[in-house]
Design a protein around this ligand. Sequence first.
Ligand SMILES: [Zn+2]
Length: 458
Amino acid sequence: MALELFDSKTQTVREFVPLKPGLVSMYVCGPTVQSAPHLGHLRSALVYDLLRRWLEANSYVVTMVRNVTDIDDKVLVNAAEANRDWQEFAREVEGTFDTAYSALGLLEPTHSPHATEHIPDMIALVESLITKGHAYQAEDGSANVFFDTSSWPSYGELTNQKLENMEGEAVVSFGRKNVHDFALFKAHKSGEPDSAAWQTPWGMARPGWHIECSAMAKHFLGMEFDIHGGGLDLRFPHHENELAQSTANGDAFSNFWLHNALVTIQGQKMSKSLGNGVAVDQLLQLGSWPAIRYWLSSAQYRSNLDYSQSSLSEAQSALDRISGFVKRARLVTSAVSGQLPETFVEAMNADLNIPAAIAVLHETVRSGNSALDSQDVDAVSGCLAQVVAMVDVLGLILEQPKEVSLELTAKIENLIELRAEAKRNKDFAKADQIRATITELGVTLEDLPNQTIWSING
Ligand SMILES: [Zn+2]
C-alpha cells in the first residue's frame, strides 16, 4: 500500500503522489515568537517531523520549510510590556523554541526563514495582487493594504464556507471595503517602534501574518508544492487567506493540506488565554524530553491529544520497556538496523497512524523478550534489528537520563548538528574533533541511519 494522507481541503484520504518523482516539497507554519512554546506548538512541529522522517525512510528527498513569524502585533505588544527591544525579544523567544525543538529530537528544516527577511517578496506579491484586482490600498489613504475578498469567488474553498456565512471584522474599519477583507500590509502606527515598519509603495508598513507564508512558500518552493501543514487552529482564517492570496495571484499553491489536531487538557484547548497552557519548563519537572516526544507521538495526528497527570509517566514506562529490551538484546547480539515489519509500514502509510505503528513496535519488543528468555539468538537479532529500525523512523530517544539539564542537552544537540554538518562537508577531521569534545562531556554517541542518538555515560 502506498502512502495515503487525509487532505483537509478535499476532506478525503488520497494517495500521496509528489509533483516531481522522488522529491517532496513541504511548507509548515512555524511559530509566532511572542512567548515560549507550549505543548500544542511542539505537537504540531513533531507531526511534520514524523511525516518527513517517513517520507525520507521511503527514499524521498524532502525540502521542508518551517517559517518564523518574527513580526506581529503580539510580538510588539509583549515586547513593549516587557520593556524590551522587539527584535531582541523575538530572537530570545525564538531561542526557547529552538532549544525545545532540538531537545525533542526534531530534524532541522531545510529552510527556517524569518518573515522580516522576506519583506521584498511580500511587497512583490501584494503589488501583483493589486495589479490583478484582488487587493487595494485602504480607502482612508493610509498604508493599510487589504485583500479584496469580494473579487475572489473561491474565497472559502479551503474550509468550505460561503462568504456571507463567515465571521468577519465586527465593523468595516481601517479603510476596508468590507468586513471580510483582511490585511496584507498594516500601516505603521504611532507609538510603535520605527524599526517595526518598512518602506513600501503604500507608505511605512509591516506585513500581515497571512501574506508572510504565501510569500515565503513561493520563495522557497515555487508556485506549486506538495504539502502544506499546520495546526487545526490555523485552518481559518490563516490558511484560507494564504490559499486565497496565492491562488488569486495565479499560483497553484499546495497539493495537499494537512492539519493536526490540538493538545487538550481535560477536553479544553490548550492556550494561554484559557490559562491552562502547560509551558515546557513546567512539563520538564514532570517528565523527560524523550517521554514528551513519545507521548506527543502517541495519538493519530488528526485526533486531539488529552494531557493527564499520568501521561508522561506512562510514556516513560513504555520507553523503558523498549530500551530495556535493546539493552538486554545487545548483550547477546550485535544486530543493527534492519527491515521494518510490514504491519508497521502499513500503519505509517495509513495517514500516519503512529499509534498503530507504536503497537507493532511493542509487539516486536515482546517477541524479542520471549526470544531472549528462550535464548533464541537469531530471533533476538531479528527483533532487535526491527526495533532499531522502527525507533529510528519514529525518532524516539532511548536511554536519555532525566537529570540532563536543558543547557547540556542544547549543547550536545548543537555539537551533534555541527558534527553532522562537518560530515556532510566531508571534513572528517573536524567531525572527529567534535566527537572527541562530545566524549569529553561524558556522552556516548551512536550513529543510526537517519540520526545520531546519545546517552550520558554511567
Ligand atoms: Zn502560515
